[in-house]
Ligand binder design. Sequence first.
Ligand SMILES: C[S@@+](CC[C@H](N)C(=O)[O-])C[C@H]1O[C@@H](n2cnc3c(N)ncnc32)[C@H](O)[C@@H]1O
Length: 381
Amino acid sequence: MADSFDFTTIHKPVLLDECVALVAPALDAPNSVVVDCTLGLAGHATAFLKAAPNAHLIGIDRDSEALAMASERIQQAGLSSRFTPAHAAFDGFDEVLERNGIEQIDVAFMDLGLSSLQIDEVDRGFSYSHDAPLDMRMDVSQELDAAMVLSQYGEDDLVRIFREYGQERFARPIARAIVRRRVVEPITTSGQLDRLVDQVVPKSHRGKGNPAKRIFQALRIEVNGELDKLAATLPQIVNRLKPGGRLVVESYHSLEDRTVKTFMAQGLKVDAPADLPVVPKDAEPFLKDLTHGAVKADEAEITHNPRSASVRLRAVELVRPVPERWRTRFKASSDSAVARKERLGRLNRMEHANYVGGNPGTMRRDDMRATSARRQRESRQ
Ligand SMILES: C[S@@+](CC[C@H](N)C(=O)[O-])C[C@H]1O[C@@H](n2cnc3c(N)ncnc32)[C@H](O)[C@@H]1O
C-alpha cells in the first residue's frame, strides 16, 4: 500500500471531533488504555492516539481485512508503538484484555455496524443494490452466512428475525414465500431476495426506499449476532472501567441505540425505591451522562458523509466503582446474552438437520456454493 494512501477515501469516521472530545480527557494519565471495540479502518483510533499521547490503544475487529488495513494506517501515522490489534468479536472483550494482561481500562469506544469498506465490497452481499452471493459475514471465517439462514431456518424463526431485527410488517408472508421458493430453487443471491420481497410486499404499503431494506438489515443482524454481542459486551466493558473511565458508543439503527440506552440507564438512576426519605450512598447512580441523551450529526456532516444521518452517539462516565451487586448482575447478563446466542444457534441448526433430512428439494451448503459460483460465472460472461 502506498505511503500516502488516504484512508478517508474509503471510510469517513462519523462525529470524529465529538468522539475525540469525549475520549481524550479520560486518557491523560501515563499508560492509560483505550479499547476501540470496532477498529474498522482506524479513523477514530488514529485520532484518539494523536489526541492522547499517553494512551495505548487496543483495537478489536472481527474483520481481518479491516484489521490489516487499520494496522497499516496506524503504522503510517507513526503510532504503532502504542497500538495492539486484536482479531476477535467484541463480546470476547474480557478475553482480549486477559490475553494482554490488562485488568482495567480508561475508555471503551464502539462505532457499531459496517465500515464503508464492507458495504462497498459488493461480493460480501451486504447491499441490496448489487446482485451478489448472500454472504453478509463480517468475519469471513465464521460458518453461518445469509444464504444459510434463508435455506436452513424454519418459517417461524425467519418471521422472528424479520420482525425483531427488521421491524418488518410483512414478516410472515415474506418468510412463507422464502420457504416455498427454496424448495424449488435455493435463494443464494441478493438479487433473488430483492425480487422475492418485491413480489410479496404490496405496492400500496411501501414506504420510502427499497422494500427489501429491512429484510437485509434483519439478516445482517442475525448472521453477525449483532444485538446479542452488543448486549453481552456492554456489561463486560463497564465492569472493567476505572472510576473516571468512559464508555462512548455510536449506533446506527434504533435497535442498537435502544440496547445501548437501556444498558446505560441502569447506572444513571438511583437504585432504590422512590419513596425512601434518604438515598443510601450505595444506591446513588454510578454513571454520569456525558451527552445528555443522544448526539446526532448536523446537516453539514450528513451532506459530506451520508452514513452519519442515522448516528446516535451516547457516552457515560463511571463516577465511582461499580457497586458489587451491579458487578454481579452485569456478569450474569453478559453470560446470559452469550448463552442465548448459543442456544438459538443450536436450535436453528437442529431445525436445519430436520429440514434437510425431510425435503428432497433442499440443497446442501456445498451445492448452494456451487450454484452461486456458477451463477456468478454466468453473470460475468
Ligand atoms: C463502522 S466500522 C468502524 C469504523 C472506524 N471507527 C473508523 O473510523 O475507521 C465498524 C467496524 O466494527 C466491526 N465490527 C462490527 N461488529 C463487530 C463485533 N461484534 N466484533 C468486532 N468487530 C465488529 C466491523 O467489522 C467494522 O470494521
